[in-house]
Ligand binder design. Structure first.
Ligand code: AHG
Ligand code: MN
Ligand code: MN
Length: 365
């Protein structure tokens, strides 16, 4: 039997660092700490009910509803702790922010502080935990503002409100049939598969690229009555298939784990939409900008795809709050551009602007 020579994540990071001869190694060390947190979460997920980690936290745990008003599962809380505990000690971080923490997390006074900030969704798709469907973790690395680095002061919400274009690295781990880590450090996208024997992430998918065209879309159709007209138009055209304006049939998928949908799109193309809708006037979309849309957006764009709010590139949006929500559309470039075009056309927001869905919308009551 011949063994195939594969790079480990560590080797990949060393190789990437050679582009920056003066780099201290802090950045790589941070990413390896994040990878360790993901391995720990993967082990916990793999034990399922045997580890008593599924379901709701015990009543004595006071944080069972997060700042978003969403119910926290035990694994949400545990995964959040893995992230903070495995990354706070290294001296690379000035602070952190997470879906599961109302306010920024401070590096304890007994530990060194560094120049990076880590933002994460410790467990994405957590409604799927109890039914054994793929979940994942999403993370983003930002540089701390200079005065934070110089003074070592506590981080505040405003320090994190940087557009996605400022991200230094972004990635996600996927806890599915295999555990994977998909990462960009701003030089393309690489995918690693966890070798359970070695406990190492091995480079299995160098230089991932998303096909520009697709005939597969993902959207939660139960929200269709709340969609804006451009989204209705796009989906109607997909559903009309060969007989409609697009002249080709489309396939549909919905996993309800954005991280798993992003991965499918990286593997074979497609488009994902959780657009801004009219369901709740207080929320501009479902997904969170800083730790869901921005990191996934960076990965998608680094792989040649496109990531948008429907109206503009998501990475250029200036955040206004730590837990801000946003409409998010990403995937194969030509399809995302088509949706942006539908949003920008004159009269785009009037339901009767396009005869296609005025009379015969397949989603119309
Ligand atoms: P989280 O589990 O971190 O709260 O995120 C869940 C998100 C995302 O992963 C998924 O695409 C979406 O919520 C699912 O929403 P629906 O329940 O509306 O399908
Ligand atoms: Mn999430
Ligand atoms: Mn989550």
């Amino acid at each position: 039997m011949t063994t195939r020579r594969r790079f480990t994540l560590t080797q990949y990071l060393i190789e990437q660092r050679r582009r920056f001869p003066s780099a201290s190694g802090d950045f790589n060390a941070l990413l390896l700490d994040v990878a360790l947190a993901c391995k720990a979460i993967a082990r916990t997920v793999a034990f399922g009910d045997l580890g008593s980690m599924l379901g709701q936290p015990a009543p004595e745990v006071t944080t069972s509803v997060n700042v978003q008003g969403e119910e926290q599962k035990k694994l949400d809380v545990i995964s959040n702790e893995y992230f903070t505990q495995m990354t706070e000690w290294g001296g690379h971080l000035a602070g952190m922010a997470s879906e599961e923490m109302d306010h920024p997390y401070q590096i304890p006074a007994t530990m060194q502080r560094g120049k990076y900030m880590l933002v994460f969704d410790p467990l994405d798709g957590s409604s799927n935990i109890d039914v054994n469907v793929t979940v994942g973790s999403i993370f983003s690395v930002l540089r701390a503002p200079q005065d934070v680095i110089d003074s070592g002061r506590d981080v505040v919400e405003a320090d994190f409100l940087q557009p996605g274009t400022q991200q230094l690295a972004a990635g996600y781990a996927l806890y599915g049939p295999t555990t994977m880590l998909v990462l960009t450090v701003g030089n393309g996208v690489a995918g690693f598969t966890l070798d359970p024997n070695l406990g190492q992430f091995m480079l299995t998918h160098p230089n991932l690229q998303i096909p520009e065209d697709t005939h597969e879309f993902a959207i939660n159709a139960s929200n269709s009555r709340f969609w804006e007209a451009p989204v209705k138009r796009y989906v109607d055209e997909c559903l009309a298939g060969k007989t409609g304006a697009r002249g080709k049939d489309f396939n549909m998928r919905w996993i309800a784990s954005m991280v798993a949908e992003a991965h499918r799109i990286l593997m074979r193309g497609g488009i994902f939409m959780y657009p801004r809708d009219t369901k709740d006037a207080a929320k501009h979309g479902r997904l969170r900008l800083l730790y869901e849309a921005n990191p996934v957006g960076m990965i998608i764009e680094q792989a040649g795809g496109r990531a948008s709010t429907g109206r503009e590139p998501v990475l250029t949006v200036k955040p206004t709050a730590l837990h801000q929500r946003i409409g998010f559309v990403f995937g194969s470039k030509n399809e995302v551009e088509r949706i942006e075009r539908y949003h920008s056309e004159p009269g785009a927001y009037k339901d009767d602007s396009n005869p296609l869905f005025a009379e015969r919308s397949l989603f119309r009551a």
